[in-house]
Design a protein around this ligand. Structure first.
Ligand code: NAP
Length: 256
């Protein structure tokens, strides 16, 4: 499928996989709707995306945890941006790595509100238009964490297991329409993910990637664009991808 001029809405586009996905769709000549909370970082991504070939870029300062803000942002899109072709539900985070029985409630709330409720809010606001227009593709960011729970990560893993259920449920609910639904589920990707998880502790974050060549945000972005570019009759349901040195959530082969 030719992606040129498609309107692509990416949540969490200010960093990591979201920013790399913006660049990859920009290179295809897409029109990019970019959303995140950090407006400054989003502006930098928007500038780079234009240089990379995006037809045009429209940035939205948006916290996906705020349902009203999400609905208003979609309802009030300028006419030329309203017909979203591809939604990349990428905004997400992990907070903390603790035994469940000592976990911080605030961390749980933030993960569930962002990764589960935020994803639902954006989906609820965007998909009705896709169904009416008879075209659209929702690409959700899952994780190996949604497939296999790892110690001290029960709540993050639960949010990604929920993503998997929502992805599969949505695909069933749009059956009979041409709307496509895909989950891209990476293992270890080196982004700000661990820095955010450890509340800014860079030393602890760096240890996560020690002795492993992780995936890059660009590796994941390429896969997202690949799924979007399949012919209109092809739906990629789920892509599970890891570094070669990772077998699943638990098993790594680290260099000494
Ligand atoms: P990242 O570099 O920390 O980027 C996360 C993005 O999400 C940022 O742009 C952030 O933007 C945005 N975000 C967070 N909370 C938000 C909110 N409430 N509203 C709007 N945007 C929000 O992490 P990443 O690795 O790229 O993560 C992207 C997605 O991939 C997540 O869903 C994550 O669970 C998933 N994933 C990551 C890995 C990995 O190893 N890195 C593996 C599997 C899956 P602002 O802070 O500016 O709002």
């Amino acid at each position: 499928m030719n992606l040129r001029d498609k309107i692509v809405f990416i949540t969490g586009a200010s960093a990591g996989i979201g920013a790399a996905t913006a660049m990859a769709f920009a290179a295809e000549g897409c029109k990019l709707l970019l959303a995140a909370r950090r407006a400054g970082k989003l502006a930098e991504v928007a500038l780079r995306a234009r240089e990379r070939g995006a037809q045009s870029v429209y940035s939205i300062d948006l916290d996906v945890r705020d349902y009203r803000a999400v609905q208003t942002a979609i309802d009030e899109l300028p006419e030329e941006w309203a017909e979203i072709d591809i939604l990349v539900n990428n905004a997400g985070l992990s907070r903390g790595l603790d035994k469940l029985y000592v976990g911080r409630i605030q961390d749980w709330e933030e993960m569930i509100d962002t990764n589960v409720k935020g994803l639902l809010y954006v989906t609820r606001a965007v998909v009705p238009g896709m169904v009416v227009r008879g075209r659209g593709h929702v690409i959700n960011l899952g994780s190996t964490a949604g497939e296999m729970t790892y110690p001290n990560g029960a709540v993050y893993c639960a949010t990604k297991a929920a993503e998997r259920a929502i992805n599969d449920g949505l695909r069933q609910d749009v059956l009979g329409t041409p709307v496509r639904v895909t989950s891209v589920d990476p293992g270890m990707v080196e982004t700000d993910f661990s820095l955010v998880r450890f509340h800014g502790d860079a030393e602890r974050a760096a240890k996560v990637y020690k002795g492993v060549q992780p995936l890059t945000a660009e590796d994941v972005a390429e896969t997202i664009v690949w799924a979007a570019g399949r012919p209109a009759h092809v739906n990629i349901a789920r892509v599970l991808m890891t570094p070669v040195q990772q077998a699943n959530s638990l098993l790594f082969s680290r260099n000494e």
